[in-house]
Ligand binder design. Sequence first.
Ligand code: SF4
Length: 132
Amino acid sequence: MCGSGYPGRMTPAEARQAIEAGHADRLILTTWKRTTAIRPAIVGWEGGDVNESVLKPGKCTFMTAAGHCELHGTDSKPLECRVAPCDNSKGGAYGINMNNGVIAAIERAWRTKEGKAVVKMWREAIAGEASQ
Ligand code: SF4
């Protein structure tokens, strides 16, 4: 997940915290199945708006050179990252199957009024940065 895969999925509340902390341009808007959601970006995809199927595995933008998560200990750390078993011997990637119930719950959260409001907030933050 951290170093050689896909950054963890975050809830709308976590994404809102990340945007308010000034990280909008390090997040990405992805669409998968019926869900449009914001999550930490893979390096090189920051600020993007893509169908998740086009993404290739890569390093999370919040992973430091020392292998630490910049969001650790904050209210922005993605729920999927907080519950996933992390295997640092594989560059931080998790090698154990995730609890799909967590992912399903995150997907449902993005299909709510709050989820849509956070997507709008992120789009506005990105548009504001682009016009500066
Ligand atoms: S734990 Fe931190 S560095 Fe790793 S994928 Fe999640 S947000 Fe990125």
